[in-house]
Design a binder for this molecule. Structure first.
Ligand SMILES: [Fe+2]
Length: 332
């Protein structure tokens, strides 16, 4: 019996040693990522370690070079994903599972980046003062909206991506005019995060605001914040033409990953049905795996047409968008 136990102990320690650990650099928050990683470890025996940060992980990865412990990076915004590719910090992934989980528009044609969630940049409106509206992003620059719009800083990635989409559709010259019109219509200087814009509509600071879809869902499901979201309506812009601007969060496997196979397993898991369901429920984002439905709350907002502009084209216009936002001194 004792010999058996000793052998079992040996086996266990060998198994523990053999189980790889995937190291993740994450711009996404612990509440969202940790429950999924626990499930992943439970199902695969692969351990995970996460470095959470709000910024600086790209530079850290670059500085660490071949010595980096990071196998995978999780981030929001397509330009951050392609930025890692441009910095030569990622490696392509060939996985039939990932490819069957994700439609083509949600992965890099060169297999360098993979989207994991989808978000819309909505126009919010006061349910009491204006009700639900059929609106285009272009309308926000019209004189009738003077003093009525709230938005966060033009230095924010979500707004930069929206401006990138305007450049893709209208060119730089028209986009500058649009930005000037929008700036002239703001109820206050750009400030606060997306939730603060929804709150400002509720408080009567402005009748309209620009913000990402999931913040509205998260506010509605939080008893403390729901009173600020309930008097606000969510609108999907440009429904009679090109569709609403969307962006993604996603992942890359690092160029110098020590555990590339385990990292790919994690990517397969995160794009799979169970994790996609967890993303949808925990963060009110839209799943990118078509087999998974949005949360009931999000589904209640109805279906919508999304801009068919390939997502990577937002990244291509990122620098131009930053330049134009600067040029019109959007935040001043
Ligand atoms: Fe966000």
């Amino acid at each position: 019996m004792r010999r058996f136990l000793a052998a079992a102990a040996l086996l266990t320690s060998a198994a523990v040693q053999a189980a790889p650990t995937v190291t993740i650099y994450s711009y996404r928050q612990p509440f969202l990522i940790e429950p999924m990683l626990a499930k992943f470890t439970e199902q695969t025996g692969i351990n995970t370690e996460v470095v959470f940060a709000k910024k600086g992980l790209d530079e850290r990865l670059k500085r660490e070079g071949k010595l980096t412990p990071a196998d995978l990076v999780l981030t929001t915004d397509i330009s951050r994903l392609t930025g890692l590719v441009d910095m030569d910090l990622v490696q392509p992934v060939a996985s039939d599972i990932v490819n069957s989980n994700l439609p083509k528009q949600f992965r890099d044609p060169d297999n360098n980046w993979f989207a994991l969630t989808l978000r819309v940049r909505n126009v919010y409106s006061s349910a009491e003062r204006v009700g639900k509206v059929d609106i285009n992003y272009e309308d926000l620059a019209k004189p009738q909206y003077k003093g009525k719009i709230c938005t966060r800083s033009g230095k924010n990635a979500y707004n930069i991506a929206l401006v990138s989409s305007m450049i893709a559709h209208h060119g730089e010259a028209e986009t500058v005019q649009w930005l000037e019109g929008l700036k002239a219509n703001l109820a206050r200087k750009p400030q606060g995060n997306d939730r603060a814009q929804i709150k400002a509509v509720a408080e009567g600071v402005c009748d309209y605001a620009i913000g990402n879809s999931y913040y509205y869902g998260k506010m509605l499901s939080d008893p403390k914040q729901a009173p600020f979201a309930e008097p606000v309506a969510i609108n999907f812009p440009n429904q009679d033409n090109r569709g609403a601007h969307v962006n993604v969060s996603g992942a890359v496997v690092t160029k110098y990953a020590k555990q590339p196979e385990a990292a790919v397993k994690l990517l397969e898991f995160l794009s799979g049905e169970q994790a996609q369901q967890m993303y949808a429920e925990a963060n009110m984002e839209y799943p990118v795996n078509p087999k998974v439905k949005p949360s009931p709350l999000v589904a209640g907002w109805g279906s919508f047409k999304e801009d068919s502009l390939p997502i990577y084209q937002l990244a291509e216009n990122h620098q131009a968008a930053v330049k134009l936002l600067d040029q019109v001194k959007f935040d001043l």
